[in-house]
Design a protein around this ligand. Structure first.
Ligand code: FAD
Ligand code: AMP
Length: 477
């Protein structure tokens, strides 16, 4: 038996590393166990998000968005002539951002006094954690509290087994280093749409197969409809009701077989990205007598404050119920560290923003119109288009709208849904409004600076009562 800790965290993704830093800030003796190593055997911190998820995908999306804007800079009178993308440099830039951030986490561990333990962590009985290092040696540590933050891994499907350089998961997709002529994507979810956008902007013919008949079923229907219309214009051929049934590799090409309403079809592509979702990672994490239970879908079973069935053992992030989002993981990590330190802590699961970083971006928080109507809630809806915003016009970024939904009786804002160039930033204003229990009137009475894209939020709030200024209102109150 080695050292005893107040808190041992297993996993250094956004759930685990944030929990570890918060616990250490609160004066708890904290260790974080991480199994991921680079090709030189050095520990890799930051989990999926920093290494193969949120950050690298956004770096590629930003580079290709800049490329697209430069290609269309003539609207501003800027003459660029032919431009080209050095894809290898784009990928190298992405890698540099990732290494800066992951090294940053290591620095934060040091600054806060978090002990990093490299190796595979396994929870034993009585809050003991066994760590198996790369050389196979195992050490057992004891803790007053354990936080499991083991995250998730991509779902693989039998008809499309991963094949080096040709059939890729999200990790492989982030390292494609030359522009493919034809790209297939299986799954029109967040990751599929973001990765499809990256390559469509560079001129790749992108075909996205989606098994469901409905596009973006999780989003408000107005947002999904508007997004489908815009993506169609962007070289993204999204085929709904299309289920992948098999793949065949022929040299450097992949023949993708799928079935849709018309029958069996085939498509030949140069790369295929499988983006059909992620599943919780619990392999090797729990000894038989750890006391922690999984739910029927393989997630670690927790209560509303992330307590597992084993006293003193918590679990956060992608390995537990709820949306698989980095900010959800981090907030759960903070909540658990606070609870362990004896503070009152509660996370508001009703106000977690969702974002898809295509262009325009899609972002929402709170309930959709369809959810509220199904629940029998009487609502009023205000909608305002970016096309009526002077600042959006100046930025040549006028696609989309803000849709605000308020309770008919109390005026309280229940949901905000945005399609628009800056939706990922604007949605924070809506999240603050929902968290503070704001009414549409609160936002109507707030002074928004002019000219800003944020005024679209103000106008949508005014539109809830038929009082938008810069458009003709359909209804008057
Ligand atoms: P992870 O980030 O998966 O971290 C878990 C860590 O635990 C890993 O480092 C793993 O090696 C380690 N680990 C697991 N088991 C053990 C063990 N037994 N012992 C030691 N270590 C272990 N979310 C967003 O909010 N915004 C986005 O824009 C976004 N974009 C994404 C893009 C892509 C391509 C992908 C794949 C995901 C994206 N996500 C995004 C989702 C986001 O990455 C996850 O929700 C987030 O990483 C979950 O954090 P986590 O800490 O629960 O798990
Ligand atoms: P997400 O969970 O947001 O990453 O989305 C994954 C998407 O992949 C979902 O919309 C699924 O319907 C879709 N999907 C899952 N399996 C298949 C399949 N075999 N063929 C096509 N789409 C699929």
């Amino acid at each position: 038996m080695s050292d005893k800790f107040d808190v041992i965290v297993i996993g250094a993704g956004p759930g685990g590393y944030v929990a570890a830093i918060r616990a250490a800030q609160l004066g708890l003796k904290t260790a974080c166990v991480e199994k991921w190593v680079d090709d030189k055997g050095a520990p890799v911190l930051g989990g999926t998000c920093l290494n193969v998820g949120c950050i690298p995908s956004k770096a590629l999306l930003e580079s290709t968005h800049q490329f697209h804007k430069t290609q269309h800079a003539d609207v501003h009178g800027i003459q660029t002539g032919d431009i080209s993308m050095d894809v290898k440099q784009m990928v190298a830039r992405k890698d540099k951002i990732v290494s800066n951030l992951t090294m940053g986490v290591a620095g934060l561990f040091k600054a806060n006094g978090v002990t990093l333990i490299q190796g595979m962590g396994k929870l034993l009985a009585n809050k003991q954690v066994q760590v198996t290092a790369a050389d196979g040696s195992a050490t057992v540590y004891a803790a007053e509290n354990v936080i499991l933050a083991s995250g998730s891994v991509p779902v693989e499907i039998p008809p499309a087994p991963l094949t080096e350089g040709l059939i890729l998961d999200n990790e492989g997709a982030l390292n494609i280093d030359e522009t493919p002529k034809r790209l297939g994507v299986i799954g029109a979810g967040v990751i599929g749409l973001e990765m499809g956008s990256v390559w469509a902007r560079l001129g790749t013919e992108v075909t996205v197969l989606e098994a469901m008949d409905e596009f973006l079923g999780v989003a408000d229907k107005d947002v999904a409809k508007e997004a489908a219309k815009i993506f169609k214009k962007q070289n993204l051929d999204i085929k709904l009701g299309a289920r992948c049934t098999g793949t065949e590799i022929n040299g450097q090409e992949v023949t993708l077989k799928y079935t849709d309403a018309e029958g069996d079809k085939e498509l030949v592509v140069d790369k295929l990205i499988v983006a059909v979702g992620r599943r919780p990672l619990t392999k090797g994490l729990l000894a038989d007598d750890s006391g922690v239970k999984l739910d029927e879908r393989g997630f670690i079973f927790v209560d509303g404050q992330c307590r597992t069935e084993a006293p003193g053992v918590y679990a956060v992030g992608d390995s537990v119920r709820g949306p698989m989002l980095a900010h959800k993981a981090s907030e759960e990590g903070i909540m658990v560290a606070d609870i362990i330190a004896g503070h009152h802590a509660q996370m508001n699961y009703d106000v977690i923003p969702s974002i898809i970083y295509t262009h325009p971006e899609l972002a929402w928080v709170g309930k959709t119109e369809q959810e509220l109507k199904a629940a029998g809630v009487a609502i009023k809806v205000g909608k305002f288009p970016f096309a009526a915003s002077g600042r959006a016009m100046a930025a040549d970024d006028t696609d989309g709208f803000v849709k605000m939904i308020a309770d008919e009786a109390t005026d309280r804002i229940l949901g905000v849904h945005i399609v628009g160039g800056m939706a990922s930033e604007l949605i924070a204003q809506a999240a603050i409004a929902l968290e503070f229990g704001s009414t549409a009137e609160d936002l109507q009475l707030t002074v928004f600076a002019h000219p800003t894209v944020s005024e679209v939020i103000h106008e949508a709030a005014l539109a809830v009562d038929g009082h938008a200024i810069h458009m003709a209102n359909r209804k008057k109150r």
